[in-house]
Design a binder for this molecule. Structure first.
Ligand SMILES: Cc1cc2nc3c(=O)[nH]c(=O)nc-3n(C[C@H](O)[C@H](O)[C@H](O)COP(=O)(O)O)c2cc1C
Length: 217
């Protein structure tokens, strides 16, 4: 079966239901794609949470678990980063096969060869608590509302203005939410009290924290 055969048509898509899937706090949901974003590997907890079988997931796009509450502009940001070989994090609401949702913080990592050609992309996902969800959801809601009546340029402009107003880059906004609201980050020693230190922290030190957060060795 080719990928285009596997892509869910509108009619096959589950309808979202307002029920959360509670994921084990220690779980790391991992998937790997080829450079086009076609899933090539998934770990057990990713499969189990999605409600799809491994066979249904391999060979298709992550669009299969896309939740309608996710604004298009967020995926544009992700793809722009990873195609530029830059790692990026995003707060993502996904939809399982039965329509239930789950929120995760996702770290997207691009693997390149010696000539900087893209070999694959890996996503590491950790569940996030309700406070983190509540911190990002209103922004996504506003972006989706814009995309429902206008194009992605309009939601991008809204996001740029929003970030300018809060005085942060996109990456800083995600980090800020994690540091302020994520209980797991706090447990790892990156709670509110380290917020100021985090601002001036080297990229390497930050990376080492997030590697710990995502269980990346
Ligand atoms: C490694 C990797 C992991 C991804 N994980 C997700 C994910 O968990 N949920 C999701 O909706 N999209 C994910 N995406 C983005 C999808 O490829 C896609 O851009 C998104 O679902 C929007 O699809 P659409 O433009 O067809 O609507 C991931 C992409 C890559 C490369």
């Amino acid at each position: 079966m080719t990928n285009s055969d596997k892509r869910l048509t509108k009619k096959d898509r589950p309808s979202p239901i307002n029920k959360e899937i509670i994921i084990d706090d220690e779980a790391v949901l991992i998937s790997v794609t080829d450079p086009k974003g076609i899933i090539t590997e998934v770990n057990d907890v990713f499969v189990k949470t999605s409600g799809y079988s491994e066979e249904e997931l391999i060979g298709t796009s992550h669009n299969i678990i896309r939740h309608p509450d996710m604004p298009k502009i967020m995926f544009k940001i992700v793809w722009e980063h990873i195609e530029d070989r830059e790692n990026v994090m995003a707060l993502v609401k996904n939809m399982a096969k039965d329509g239930r949702y789950y929120w995760i913080l996702t770290d997207f990592i691009t693997k390149v060869d010696a000539d900087r050609n893209i070999i694959n992309y890996t996503a590491y996902r950790r569940p996030v608590c309700k406070d983190v969800q509540d911190a990002i959801a209103p922004l996504y809601k506003a972006l989706c509302a814009i995309e429902a009546v206008a194009d992605m340029d309009a939601s991008e402009k809204f996001l740029i203005d929003y970030l300018e107003n809060i005085g942060m880059t996109y990456d800083e906004m995600v980090e800020d939410i994690i540091i302020k609201y994520c209980k797991k980050a706090a447990a790892l020693g990156f709670g509110k009290h380290l917020k100021d230190e985090f601002k001036t922290m080297s990229k390497e030190k930050k990376q080492s924290f997030f590697n710990k957060f995502f269980g990346i060795k």
